[in-house]
Design a protein around this ligand. Structure first.
Ligand code: UFG
Length: 322
């Protein structure tokens, strides 16, 4: 049985959809940002906090867990600057409680959701895992702190882990039954689509004076289902080897500017956006594009969805209403 912490969230729920075809799944989620309705009905669901040792004791003594996949986190860069304590408490302290319970119950396989925010402001076009870590906000710091903790626990206690650093996750499941839903929404693609559905009167483009061809920020968008499949390959590798401690980037390797993303949304939906050019948003690097060659070579992962398909899957989810 696989314990998926945060399996009611956007990315976690996409993983559960794929994993449930292969393994028994138990989801632990406190529903602070996730939704029970996103959890596949075939999974066992426990509502609770990953930082609550009593809940963890119950889970680890009731179910034969062979690996833990950890998606539960606060993940808004801006909020992390204003309220860093929340990020260190939920993303670091609570994760330590989870890791202690795993070690106590001799569960030694762990997959951790990390982020491109660990790289800070990169100085290369394609970021691979050898680039230095220099986060510029508490969110990125909190994820990197856990990465350092994992390395030490691996050395001392034989923990096996895979760290997956996500670039910009987007898109919805092919069934349109699960997709991205945040409150408040801050991510570019859902904001554009909500606007094109008439739920917002305009889109603000944050910054037009970046050092990029059209002056707007460039990001690497990766479909949630491609991400889910990378987790499954990582899990298979963990379960088939006695020792593995590794970090992989997950992106498509192609960068798109904010303007290009808006153009593609207009093309996919056949609707015209009302755009406002606004000031830069604090903490945004100009360009973040992944090299995911390492996971492609080592695990045979292949992202399948291009930007247009990512947007059209998200459009199906958003336009059906929640
Ligand atoms: N943007 C706009 N207008 C909006 C919303 C976003 O112009 O209304 C721009 C942002 O300034 C940025 C780009 O669109 O340039 C993408 O922004 P998102 O908020 O969608 O995503 P981020 O790149 O900020 O965030 C992602 C992940 C984080 C991760 C971060 C690393 O969601 O978890 O990359 O920088 F930490």
């Amino acid at each position: 049985m696989i314990l998926v912490v945060g399996g009611a969230g956007y990315v976690g729920s996409h993983l559960v959809r794929e994993l449930i075809e292969k393994e028994e799944v138990i989801v632990l989620d406190n529903l602070s940002t996730g939704f029970k309705s996103l959890v596949d009905l075939r999974a066992t669901f426990v509502e609770g906090n990953l930082g609550d040792r009593k809940v963890l004791d119950k889970v680890f003594t009731t179910y034969p867990i062979k690996a833990v996949m950890h998606f539960a986190a606060n993940s808004l860069v801006g909020e992390s600057v204003v309220d860093p304590y929340k990020y260190y408490e939920n993303n670091v302290a609570a994760t330590l409680t989870l890791l202690k319970a795993m070690l106590d119950y001799n569960v030694k396989n762990f997959i951790f959701s990390s982020t491109a925010a660990t790289y800070g402001i990169p100085h290369v076009d394609l970021i691979d895992e050898t680039q230095p870590n220099a986060p510029i906000n508490p969110y990125g710091q909190s994820k990197l702190m856990v990465e350092y903790i994992l390395a030490d626990l691996a050395d001392a206690y034989g923990l096996n882990y895979v760290v997956l650093r996500y670039f910009n996750v987007a898109g919805a499941h092919a069934s349109a039954e699960i997709g991205e839903s945040h409150d408040p929404e801050t991510h570019l693609i859902p904001i554009i689509l909500q606007h094109l559905l008439g739920e917002r009167d305009k889109i603000s483009v944050f910054g037009t004076d970046y050092d990029t061809p059209d002056g707007t920020c460039i990001r690497d968008y990766i479909h949630a289902t491609d991400l889910a499949n990378a987790h499954i390959l990582a899990l298979e590798a963990l379960l088939s080897e006695s020792k593995r401690t590794v970090t992989y980037n997950l992106g498509n390797g192609n960068g798109f500017s904010v303007k290009e993303v808006i153009d593609t949304c207009e093309k996919v939906t056949g609707r015209k956006a009302n755009i406002e050019y606004a000031d830069r948003r604090a903490g945004d690097p100009a360009k973040l594009v992944a090299s995911s060659e390492k996971i492609q070579e080592e695990l045979g992962w292949e992202p399948k969805f291009k930007l247009e398909e990512i947007i059209s899957s998200a459009w199906k989810w958003h336009s059906k209403g929640k």
